[in-house]
Each structure stands twice: as C-alpha cells, then as structure tokens.
Write a protein that binds this ligand. Structure first.
Ligand code: R5P
Length: 313
C-alpha cells in the first residue's frame, strides 16, 4: 500500500452516505465487518491492509446513539492497532451535542465525555457538520473540521426562487443559521421566541419581525421531536405567513416527529442526509438534499492538506 492511500470505512450508522462519499472520491468502501457477538457486543474486523494509510471512518452518532458511538470507537481502535497512519472520525451528526453544559445542578456534560472517548480511542481529527454549538470543537484537543450544510440548502432554495421571502429562526440558538441563509437568499429575517418546557415540548411566546403575507423559511440545526419547528410553523401561520418551508440539517426524527410534521401547515420540509431518514413514510413534502459531495470534497482536501474552510467563502 502506498503511504498516501485514502481508506474510507463505515460502521452501520449510514452505509448509504459512506457509499456516496466513496463514489465522489472515486474509491471503493474499505472492507470491514462491523457486527455483533452473540451477547450483543460489537465485533469488528477490518479486512484490508491499512498500514500507513490515511483512514476515514464515516459514522454519524445518531439513533441508536450508543451502538453507533461504540462502533466508531471500536473501529478506530481496530485501525489504530492495525497501524493506520491517521484516523479521521467523520461524524456528519455529532450525537450528545445538546448535553454541552451544566444548565442545572448534578447533570453531566456528555458532549465532552463523548469527545474524550473519541480522542482516547485513537482519533487524530474529526470532520463534522453543523454542530449543535460550534464551541463543541473546543471539547477536542485534536483538529476539528466543522462543515456547514448551508451551501446545499441554499442551492435547493435558490433553484426554487421564492419571492417575498422571510427567513425565520425557531429560537435564539438558530438565529445564526437563519441569518446565514437570509444573507444568501435575500429577504428579511424573523425570530420566534421559544421556551422549552420539557425535552418533548416547547411554547412560543412571540414572533419578532413581520411575516404577514410573506413566504417563510424556518431554519434549524435539527428536527428532534419536531416540537420546535412544528410549533414555530403553527405560530407563523397564525401571524399570517403565506407559504411555509421548514429546513434543518439533521433529521433526528425522534418519537412522533414524523406525525407532528405531517400535521404542520407547511409546503415543504427540506433536510439533509447527515442521518439516515427514519419513518419518512409517504410524506411527499419531505425533500432530502445530500451532503455527500461536501463531505467527500472535505475528505479530499484533508488528505491533500488543502484548506477546508475555503469551501465556505
Ligand atoms: C435547539 O436548541 C435546537 O436548535 C433545536 O431547535 C431543537 O433541538 C429541536 O428539538 P425538537 O425538534 O425536539 O423541538
């Protein structure tokens, strides 16, 4: 094997995305068995030579988060012990990110714990997309390349050409994403003031900005239970919004999210494939745009020591 060879491996979290990334790179997915022992423990064997290779492990730590995280850690350990030169954890979705601080007494900072585990397993760098909070990069003492799905979402909406546009964020945390979208698509900005009352439900107090008669895109980093975005849609419609579009990078779709979205008064729901779509059902309003080429290009640049941030200028 040449000292410079790229090897891409995948756990079971998102084979389809891993295949698409390999197709962008013009290589085949590295052969590895990632299965289970009879007692349920993760069983890994890499079936090709990785000595001296630049290895990338594609594994979003989405549902089932614990299984997917363990597969990532064990695959990494396996590659390290097989003498890979460099191992990059490609985590299009970084799970446990919402547990990033002690917002009350006697709670863990699980996002930091996960970062420690990933580093300790032997990872040399991390490639991820739309972290819940950009500061999570600082949980790692290794390089983190943080990509934004914004360009692929912008492309989608540019092709649609929506007029009379307002981009709304469903809470303060997502206002940067809404602003970035607004800057590229034009239009005005609005913000929904959301309060979380439990992990499953939120209430909206008021809307900042004029939405009456406007076509509104609501932009968030993720749809988990669907509560935030569905509630935002309901209130925006009440305030007289015309066509409503929802967009989010990570379709976590936990619990009855798909059902909630089905009832939401929206024209389209645009998501990316950082996570395999669960329970999309037959909702024709759900559109999936792919981040595979973006990740593939970032991997190519990391491998050849080219700038990754310049993908976004
Ligand atoms: C909140 O801080 C996030 O940006 C999302 O708005 C939130 O995590 C979505 O969760 P859910 O879909 O459960 O309301």
């Amino acid at each position: 094997m040449s000292q410079d060879e790229i090897r891409v491996f995948s756990g079971n979290a998102h084979h389809d995305l891993a295949e698409k990334i390999c197709s962008y790179l013009g290589i085949t997915l590295g052969e590895a068995h990632v299965g289970r022992f009879p007692d349920g423990e993760v069983n890994v064997k890499v079936n090709c030579d990785v000595r001296g290779a630049d290895c990338f492990v594609i594994q979003p730590t989405c549902h089932p988060a614990n299984d997917n995280l363990m597969e990532l850690l064990i695959l990494t350990d396996c590659l390290k012990r097989a003498s890979a030169k460099r191992i990059t954890a490609v985590m299009p979705y970084f799970g446990y990110a919402r547990q990033d601080r002690k917002d009350e007494g006697r709670v863990p900072i699980t996002g930091k714990l996960v970062a420690n585990l990933i580093e300790r397993a032997g990872t040399h760098r991390v490639l991820t997309v739309d972290l819940h909070a950009a500061q999570i990069q600082g949980f790692f003492d290794i390089p983190v390349d943080h990509l934004y799905a914004m360009p692929v979402i912008v492309n989608y909406f540019q092709e649609k050409g929506i007029d009379e546009l307002v981009v709304a964020s469903p809470d303060i945390g997502s206002s940067k994403m809404a602003w970035a979208l607004c800057k590229r698509l034009g239009g005005r900005l609005a913000m929904v003031e959301k309060r979380r009352v439990s992990p499953e439900s939120t209430i909206v107090q008021f809307v900042i900005g004029e939405v009456e008669g406007k076509n509104v895109i609501v932009a968030d980093d993720m749809i988990a239970t669907g509560g935030s975005i569905a509630e935002a849609a309901r209130v925006l419609k009440e305030k007289g919004a015309r066509d409503l579009y929802l967009c989010a990078t990570h379709p976590v779709f936990a619990g009855d999210a798909v059902e909630k979205l089905k009832k939401a008064p929206v024209k389209e729901i645009v998501i990316t494939d950082t996570i395999p779509i669960r329970g999309k059902g037959d909702d024709p309003r759900i559109r999936v745009v792919s981040v595979a080429n973006l990740l593939g290009e970032a991997i190519r640049r990391i491998h050849s020591n080219e700038s990754v941030s310049s993908l976004f200028v």
